[in-house]
Design a binder for this molecule. Structure first.
Ligand SMILES: Cc1cc2nc3c(=O)[nH]c(=O)nc-3n(C[C@H](O)[C@H](O)[C@H](O)COP(=O)(O)OP(=O)(O)OC[C@H]3O[C@@H](n4cnc5c(N)ncnc54)[C@H](O)[C@@H]3O)c2cc1C
Length: 510
């Protein structure tokens, strides 16, 4: 006997942040909602995993904009997260950008005055340019009303909006200063948005970096708490979240979308459907149902952002000091080099982070290093599938590939922490295949569809689809990241609830 209904107002496919936030907003508004998740664990990139008692994040290393009065703070207040999340504010300098053959650690500091001051000390003579850069970032952020909780259509000021969709991040940074090192430092947290020199729009850079300059926090004991808190509230609103429900097909009756069908043939009926999965996968679910060719062609032609390799080290107790900041390191002098590495050079760009834990303020129990990885490096094992921890199902040659990569990463880490090897208790890794299998994207892309300032409308995904009662949400919509996805979920739910209603609720949340 099933313990759940099979008929709802809204079915949401995927329990990533966007799916959960949509379920929350619609549940609160009185809709009966059901989230269908293919995996054993909900949350998508909010998931954490445990090795040797250490908690590792998959996709939440740090959060910006969480000081009172800032945008994510107010969104999280509304979602009932702000009072419950265990958070740790990061150091005043939250990100260090470092380079081979350069002993200086260049800092990105929280708050605009400190950001300008600290970089001006490191780049004497560049103060005006650094100020110009921050003014440009703030001006770009202003062009996106929802990001600022403003109940306004961005097209009210169409000229400004399109201007900011069409400026390249690299072009903007290069125009603010002629100093090559400063240019690299300003774009130094590039992996946060997988920036590509001739594609990434200024807004991807600006909306991201602005929140971290405003304030930077880590979740203590992992970002999956976001998922747990949202899940509890969704259930309080009467919503369901069902695991092991791999949606394979959207069913149409007399031309109307009526049901979502899982791999096991179970059908869930609803008036509305929201897909929190990649738009390519959403199109796959439509099977033989015909929608405008120009739409499918455009969506299918969109490329994904980079994938990554993660080295996860469990550290011996009290051997390694907790770093309350991240390090972005480059072995070359071009932070925009993206995935153009040769195999010998890899990893030539990476981020180092130690998760915040409640057990200790002083020491870290684990460390993560994230480096871009092209999917072609793991193509050989593309025919395998694994979402079971510790199961060596892709073969010994894959394990050997990961061991070699891990060793290369550890050698890089030794540049920063010469004694790191003696602190290691155990070594774990994930590749683009891990992300592909857990999240469902075809190539393990970190942030989904790549935004391109050369053709801003082509890579712009609307929450509306060509099927009247099917909507999209998640990181492919607006922007990736916890803040970007939150804004995207509001855009999606505005289609059913009205933007003003949602924004009023968010602004009123205390
Ligand atoms: C390595 C990495 C580091 C990151 N670091 C940060 C960070 O520090 N700060 C930050 O703000 N952001 C970070 N992000 C980005 C952020 O985590 C994501 O943008 C965000 O979590 C994506 O949410 P989403 O709603 O798009 O759902 P996703 O996380 O993409 O989840 C989609 C869900 O749908 C499920 N699904 C897929 N197919 C089906 C199907 N057919 N049927 C049912 N369910 C299905 C999946 O299993 C998954 O649970 C990082 C991302 C990555 C990959």
């Amino acid at each position: 006997m099933k313990r759940y209904k099979t008929k709802y107002d809204v079915i949401i496919i995927g329990s990533g942040l966007g799916g959960l936030q949509s379920a929350y907003m619609l549940g609160e508004a009185g809709y009966s909602v059901c989230v269908l998740e293919k995996n054993r664990q909900t949350g998508g990139n909010l998931q954490t995993f445990v090795r040797d008692k250490a908690i590792f994040d998959t996709g939440v290393h740090y959060l910006g904009g969480l000081d009172e009065g800032q945008n994510l703070y107010q969104f999280f207040k509304y979602f009932g997260l702000m009072d419950k999340l265990k958070l740790r504010k990061m150091d005043s300098t939250f990100d260090y950008i470092t380079f081979d053959n350069d002993d200086t650690r260049y800092g990105h500091a929280q708050t605009y005055p400190a950001f300008i001051e600290s970089l001006s000390e490191q780049f004497p003579g560049e103060r005006d340019n650094i100020k110009k850069y921050t003014e440009g970032i703030l001006a770009a952020c202003k062009a996106f009303p929802l990001y600022n909780l403003e109940d306004k259509d961005p097209l009210e000021d169409e000229e400004t909006f399109f201007k900011y969709l069409s400026i390249g991040a690299k072009d903007f940074i290069d125009a603010t200063t002629q100093n090559p090192k400063l240019r690299n430092v300003l774009a130094g947290s590039n992996p946060l948005y997988a920036g590509v020199a001739n594609k990434t729009p200024l807004y991807s850079h600006a909306l991201t970096i602005n929140t971290y300059i405003e304030s930077s926090y880590r979740c203590v004991d992992g970002g999956s708490q976001i998922c747990k808190i949202l899940t509890k509230k969704i259930r309080e609103f009467g919503g369901e979240i069902l695991k092991y429900k791999d949606v394979k097909k959207l069913v149409f009756e007399n031309g109307t979308l009526t049901k979502a069908e899982t791999a096991e043939g179970e059908q869930f009926e609803a008036k509305y459907f929201i897909s929190n999965i990649h738009p390519h996968l959403t199109l796959d679910l439509l099977k033989e149902h015909k929608i405008r060719k120009s739409y499918t062609r455009r969506i299918r032609s969109l490329k994904n952002s980079a994938a990554c390799f993660n080295l996860h080290l469990v550290l011996k107790k009290d051997t390694f000091k907790y770093l309350n900041h991240n390090i972005y390191h480059y072995n070359n002098n071009d932070v925009w080099r993206y995935t153009k590495y040769t195999l010998n050079e890899w990893p030539d760009a990476y981020m180092i982070s130690t998760p915040a834990i409640s057990k200790s303020l002083e020491h870290a129990d684990c460390l993560t290093m994230l480096a871009y990885m092209r999917f072609d490096e793991v193509e050989k094992w593309a025919g395998t599938f694994n979402t079971v921890a510790n199961e060596n199902s892709r073969g010994e040659d894959y394990e050997e590939f990961k061991r070699i990569k891990a060793e290369k990463c550890i050698r890089e880490l030794e540049k920063h922490f010469p004694n790191i090897r003696s602190c290691i208790k155990s070594i774990h890794t994930t590749t683009p295949l891990s992300f592909r299998d857990y999240i469902g994207t075809s190539d393990g892309s970190m942030y989904g569809i790549i935004k391109d300032y050369n053709a801003p409308l082509r890579s712009f995904i609307s929450p509306k689809t060509k099927v009247e009662n099917l909507f999209l949400t998640g990181q492919n919509l607006n922007m990736h990241g916890i803040l970007g996805v939150s804004v995207g979920a509001i855009m999606t739910c505005s289609e059913l609830l009205g933007r003003s209603n949602i924004l009023n609720n968010i602004k009123r949340a205390q």
